[in-house]
Design a protein around this ligand. Sequence first.
Ligand code: GBH
Length: 505
Amino acid sequence: MASAIIIALLAITHSGLAQYTKFPEGFTFGVATAAHQIEGAWNVSGKSENVWDRLSHTRPWMIADGTNGDVACDSYNRYQEDVDALAHIGVDFYRFSLSWSRILPTGRVDFVNPDGIRYYNALLDALAEKNIEPLVTLFHWDLPQTLQDLGGWANPKMIDYFRDYSDLCFREFGDRIKSWITFNEPYEICEDAYGDDKKAPAIDSHGVGNYLCSDTLLKAHAESYHLYNETYRPTQNGRIQISINSIWYEPADPENAEQVALAEVANQFKFGWFAHPIFTEAGGYPTVMVENVALQSKAEGLPKPRLEQFDDYWIKRIRGTSDFLGINHYTTHLITGAGVDPIAKSPSWLKDIGAVTSLKVGTDSASEWLRVVPTGFANFLRWCKSSYNDPPIYITENGFSDRGTLLDYGRIKYFNDYLSEILNVIYDDGVNILGYTIWTLMDNFEWRAGFSERFGLYKVDITDPSLPRTPKLSVEYWKQLCATRELPQEDRFKEPALPLKKSEL
Ligand code: GBH
């Protein structure tokens, strides 16, 4: 009797009582990858060195397992297998990125590498063959080393280089690409790579380089948008957007007014840093951010703030330059109080926020930073609707890491619970979400984590030279979801409860 009740309770808590299961008409699904994480072929067919090649070759100890992207999943040679896998799952679109140093080995348009163009044409043809729409990212972190040698995103000249590179891509591929993303996760580019050493080129100019980068990057984004809008949109009829990552901050104690206020400040610093200039009526960096950095800079004895507001010309030029709000979202962290976060360098973006953060929320994954908090996702999406005037939204990344098990129940539960929150906010709050993108097709080079954290639907055995791809259980889950446009309810997708002990039978 007692055991029957326990089983019934388990069944209820396990199913999570999904309120809505069906996606609205027209909602689309896709899978994402990024060039450096999957292509390999790092120095063949004319490709030049990028900042991740440089970091992983010269400072291999900075990659958790000492691996690199030299071969990765070898998608440069095995793209047809990737496309077949996408077709097997049944997704509507494939989000991938272009490798700048493969297309333009000098970083500039003085030499266009024919093999680079040929590779992406072949991939686009293979996708068209299977009726899979391309969603293409121009920049997913793999800057040509030649441009980094000139200062990379801290150099304002990058505005021209990025515009020229996008111009070439629109011209060469724009007849077949109807959806573009300029930058993947500007926060990660500026803060992790220039304000810290978490990403290549690991400049770690905390509190300074990160803000130089955002200045350049937002202007480069705007110039690329205007170029597309004026020169290519009239004939190519596509859309162009930016994808911003959010770690969503919530107060540890929702009743604590100070924490509530600080969480808002932290969200302005994190997501607002790049979303506010583009998606608000006022434009420019969030006021609280400009004010906080000005105060800190003054205390540091600086004659000018480390972050300066854009002038009127650039405020207007940047405002409104995205057809959709692209959101990459994985996780939520907590704000526990005011002050300097113990892990903050000085000066730094984190110190400028003036709040203490904590990871003690939700359940864990294989990535320390990735906590599973579906309700945080819902709160974040509602916040986007109210903060940015109800924008049309595409979720351009969402996913979960483990160590590579084929029975990836944890991943399936993550997808199911996060998707369920998407349905809640669509139907209950009217958040305008039009599509969803899985991160990622297959286990791949997870940046500084190497292959030690795995996000893929397919397992890739990197110890076998033929790099076999094996579907995990999550492939079955997604195959069914894409076919029915409903959250699968079957028990086979749920982790079996622990076997009952003899005494409980
Ligand atoms: C995305 O970034 C990327 O777009 C994608 O390329 C990547 O593979 C995927 O997520 C999974 O990570 O451990 O302290 O150094 C998501 C944003 C960037 C947030 C890395 C956490 C690591 C912080 N993430 N960051 S730390």
